[in-house]
Design a protein around this ligand. Structure first.
Ligand SMILES: Nc1ncnc2c1ncn2[C@@H]1O[C@H](COP(=O)(O)OP(=O)(O)OP(=O)(O)O)[C@@H](O)[C@H]1O
Length: 280
């Protein structure tokens, strides 16, 4: 199957001699809703910017739909939408322009934007600057979906949203993924999106420490919250109601993304050894 995003041997640094990414490789395919997890400073936003063609690799390849990622290339620009965490005023202006003219996104459907805004309870009759952060976020999410682009890069899409809105976002994304659109979602709000994400990608210090499908994780591991810490546990930490542990041997309960992420963050070496031993 042709990849939507293909990253091969990517190296990138903001400052000389301190590489953020070295030899990073990653592929995503149509219809995937990939979750990009990682602690603060892991490089999530930078990776999204590289895919969006706002930044460029020092070495290696970043391609979207087989074309080098470069937002100056109209062919690339029309294929993806990058919903950044910060909503800068220039983009507000640019997007409003695009909204009314369809210049950037030939497949943009204004009726769909209105329907989605209505669904997300955003008052589009107001000026963007009069909307709250959460409302603006929903505005742009509705806009992003209405552009009709096949690739959506969402940086912390549920951040700042109230609980009903988070629920609506959780319902909307799979609907569009089922049409073959691909999502790459960076988030710290693991609980908001855990039943949505597949595959899960964990970045740590500029490296992909885990890239696995939910099926694979479910098949290979057990995620348990136990009153006692089993000695075989790779990882154990006090969580409400007991201790959490990830054990070899799967099929016992749901994949717990928060435990997985915590393990990668707090016990990185043990986590890497564990994955290697289990052949992940
Ligand atoms: N414009 C920049 N110039 C120099 N360094 C930068 C710049 N932007 C980010 N960095 C650095 O690159 C690293 C990765 O930042 P990035 O924003 O990609 O991480 P992140 O995983 O998105 O973090 P967070 O979860 O806090 O949003 C950090 O150490 C950050 O300080």
């Amino acid at each position: 199957m042709d990849s939507v995003i293909r990253i091969e041997d990517l190296s990138f640094s903001y400052t000389k001699n301190t590489p953020l990414f070295q030899d990073l490789s990653l592929c995503l395919y149509p219809g995937q809703v990939a979750g990009l997890l990682g602690e603060n400073g892991a490089g999530k936003t930078t990776l999204l910017k590289l895919i969006a063609g706002e930044l460029f690799p020092d070495e290696g390849t970043v391609e979207v739909f087989g074309i080098p990622a470069d937002r100056r290339d109209p062919e690339v620009l029309g294929q993806l939408y990058f919903l950044a965490e910060e909503l800068p005023s220039y983009s507000v202006v640019a997007e409003t322009y695009a909204r009314t003219t369809g210049v950037f996104y030939p497949r943009y459907r204004h009726e769909m934007f209105l329907e989605l805004s209505d669904h997300l309870e955003v008052d589009v009759s107001k000026k963007l600057t009069q909307l709250s952060y959460g409302q603006q976020k929903k505005f742009f999410l509705a806009f992003a979906l209405a552009t009709g682009v096949p690739l959506l890069l969402l940086d912390e899409p549920t951040n700042g949203l109230d609980i009903p809105s988070k629920r609506q976002v959780r319902r909307l994304i799979p609907r569009y993924a089922a049409e073959g659109r691909t999502f790459l979602i960076s988030t710290h709000q693991v609980r908001d999106l855990e039943h949505l994400i597949d595959p899960v990608i964990i970045l740590r210090k500029g490296r992909v420490v885990l890239h696995a499908s939910m099926d694979d994780l479910q098949e290979r591991f057990s995620f348990v919250v136990a009153p006692e810490v089993p000695s075989a546990a790779l990882y154990a930490e006090k969580v409400p109601g007991g201790y959490g542990a990830i054990l070899p041997g799967g099929g016992k309960g749901e994949v717990d993304l928060e435990l997985l992420f915590d393990a990668a963050r707090t016990e990185p070496e043990a986590f890497a050894r564990f994955l290697e031993k289990e052949g992940v």
